[in-house]
Design a protein around this ligand. Sequence first.
Ligand code: NAP
Ligand code: GDD
Length: 345
Amino acid sequence: MKKALITGITGQDGGHLATLLHEKGYEIYAIIRGQQNPRRSQVEQEFPYVHLIEADLTDPSSLVRAMQTAEPDEVYNLAAISHVGYSFKDPQLTADVTGKGVLNLLEAIRLTDTNNKVRFYQASTSEMFGGLDYNRPGAGYDEDSLFHPRSPYGVAKLYAHWITRNYRESYGMHASCGILFNHEGERRGLEFVTRKVTNAVARIKLGTQEYIELGNLESKRDWGYAGDYVEGMWRMLQQDKPGEYVLATGETHTIREFVELAFAEIGLKLTWRGEAEKIEGVDQNGVVRIKTNPIFYRPAEVDILLGNPAKAEKVLGWKRKVDFRGLVKLMVEHDIELESPVKLI
Ligand code: NAP
Ligand code: GDD
């Protein structure tokens, strides 16, 4: 039985990955931080087969202890301060966790894994590309595209990406980086735009909310389903050689398109009025459903992300299964179920 150690078990990808590795027969360890992590009991209920170990990416000795306890074959580093907007508000903590935390984990592996057998996955990101005009390839970003991160989060992730490559080159570690484009689903945090929208759409359908306040509606993202993407992570660590792989759908859509599709799922058709940072989305009954609020705009924006997953498709045999429409539908349906009052018989 293979053993895996996951960081970020309380997050979106951690949940999908634990499910996948359990299905594949792994013994799973995961680190959890904080004296009273509010998500601990949910993790314990949902994943009773996961052994939890107290540790924090900013505490190097806790990571050494986690490695000694788990003695894993594979380590998946999914933990991070992962919200781009938040990273502007707390850039130093973001650097400590999302950037230097990865160095702490690599060192813990190097110091404990004397036979150099551990395989390591680093959660790199399309945010490292930055979406700038001069840097935008027509067929989408691939593993050789230029980096130009546009947020403290993107900069911290770029450090993490390169330190992972450096440990591979310096110490012969089997260390791979998945450069993942946005992936969403029913486990997505409510602070990210897709889930914020689908959850609000569900509440609008149920009559408990009237409208949503959003920021930039014009940026474009390459959105896939998280369940498909954790399969790609696992495949990277099953290769004989480590490497970098883009996971993406190869399609890009504006936030506005996502919003329109989500509302269409509940029978509301939006039309738009206004411009710049004062835009409103109005439904066919004349009710304002979308308002923009400057607090949700970022100091620097990544205008467009589009990925080219050709290498992952060819080498890993990976392909996303859920398409854009399927993703929106899945999320809206899930949130309607979640927000509905308990049905009494
Ligand atoms: P997420 O839902 O925000 O989860 C982040 C996880 O990091 C949480 O479990 C959180 O645990 C943990 N964490 C935060 N600070 C920590 C610390 N100091 N020590 C240990 N754990 C800490 O993120 P996600 O969407 O699952 O993404 C997983 C990874 O992939 C992240 O690294 C993210 O940056 C990266 N990524 C995500 C996407 C995407 O579209 N989802 C795309 C590319 C890359 P707590 O409960 O303790 O807060
Ligand atoms: N969060 C949020 N909230 N974003 C909004 C809002 C809002 O109210 N209104 C508009 N947006 C826009 C953001 O400005 C951004 O252009 C886009 O929606 C997507 O924002 P997020 O959903 O927060 O995701 P992200 O693309 O910034 O970052 C996610 O994907 C990255 C991969 O490209 C995160 O999961 C990162 O961790 C990940 O690396």
